[in-house]
Design a protein around this ligand. Structure first.
Ligand code: GLN
Length: 313
């Protein structure tokens, strides 16, 4: 066991060091998200990677300790809270199929009568946020507490500048929210839902925080470090399944083909992937590809699963 741990320590550390060198030429190929002005200021040269294992080991390199905007990665926390509090009633308001459309698309919502395809496209996440607000008297505090519990880090916080910046420019999300309201699939006041949603997206975390925060999904719903139960094993399995099919928007097939792990991305340039039973891996590189996923981050995860032969397939 000890030998094994030491072997892994050297192996994982040298693999992520090697990957961070190899992806360096790609850092300028992506485009930092500019539709949220506060995100446009982030340097495209940032790159970090962190691994958390279910045995409690942590490996990291580059800018893994620097906090960035989690954006859509935060949708996993809200979903976990709502799946726990609402159970199957959630699925009357949101679907579980890949959308095959960009994350902020409006068209599908009309064809499908106001029921978003899945909880990770923006329309679906707005519905999940609305549900979370119905179940929690203090949604922003409760969500922050939940994320802090998952990450084992009581200092996590929202980035209020990013939230305000998105609120000022998030016209598409406002359109989606009003559209949902017109179909009767948004219960709370539209402006209040948008405010909670924009704060949720602004949650600032590092790769190290994110790898630790997703560890419960690699360990049947329980954080193996603190031994706190975050959700049941059935929910953990289902969240991983949803990340596999819907976590990378209209690039879920490509990510599955290239990386072979359930994952969740955000336009802040982060991606977290889960190897059930073993580890989580978080990567951050702000330059995005045309689907809104981190360009170098996707490649880094592909190299990781190639070098380690770790995949759920
Ligand atoms: N806050 C972003 C938005 O709503 C989240 C999208 C994302 O990360 N893909 O546009």
């Amino acid at each position: 066991m000890l030998h094994n741990a030491i072997f892994n320590l050297m192996e994982y550390q040298s693999i992520i060091n090697k990957i961070s060198e190899e992806i360096r030429p790609l850092l300028n190929n992506g485009k930092v998200a500019s539709y949220i002005p506060a995100l446009a200021r982030v340097s495209p040269n940032k790159f970090g990677m962190a691994i958390s294992t279910v045995r409690g080991e942590v490996f990291s390199c580059g800018d893994a300790g620097e906090r960035f905007s989690t954006q859509s990665i935060s949708k996993v926390f809200t979903l976990a809270m709502v799946m726990d509090s609402m159970g199957d009633a959630l699925w009357e308001r949101v679907g579980r199929e890949a959308s095959g459309n960009p994350f902020n698309s409006l068209v599908q919502l009309e064809y499908e009568h106001g029921i978003p395809r899945n909880p990770f496209v923006n329309a679906g996440a707005l519905v999940v946020t609305d549900c979370m607000m119905l179940e929690n008297a203090h949604p922003l505090d409760d969500l922050l507490d939940f994320a802090r519990k998952c990450a084992g880090n009581p200092t996590l916080d929202y980035d209020r500048e990013v939230a305000a910046s998105e609120k000022a420019t998030g016209h598409r999300n406002a359109a989606l929210a009003w559209f949902l309201k017109s179909y009767g699939n948004l219960v709370n006041d539209v402006d209040k839902v948008l405010d909670v949603y924009f704060h949720q997206c602004s949650l600032a975390m590092s790769c190290t925080d994110l790898a630790r925060a997703f560890l419960f999904l690699a360990h049947g719903g329980t954080d193996p470090v603190s031994e706190k139960i975050i959700c049941g094993p059935r929910q953990a399995k289902r969240i991983n399944a949803l990340m596999q099919t819907c976590g990378l928007y209209d690039e879920g097939g490509e990510f599955t083909y290239r990386v072979g792990l359930p994952g969740k991305s955000g336009v802040g340039g982060g991606i977290v992937a889960v190897m059930p039973g073993e580890l989580t891996i978080a990567v951050w590189s702000p330059g995005l590809n045309s689907a809104g996923n981190s360009l170098a981050g996707s490649k880094a995860l592909e190299l990781f699963t190639t070098y380690t032969a770790k995949s759920i397939f």
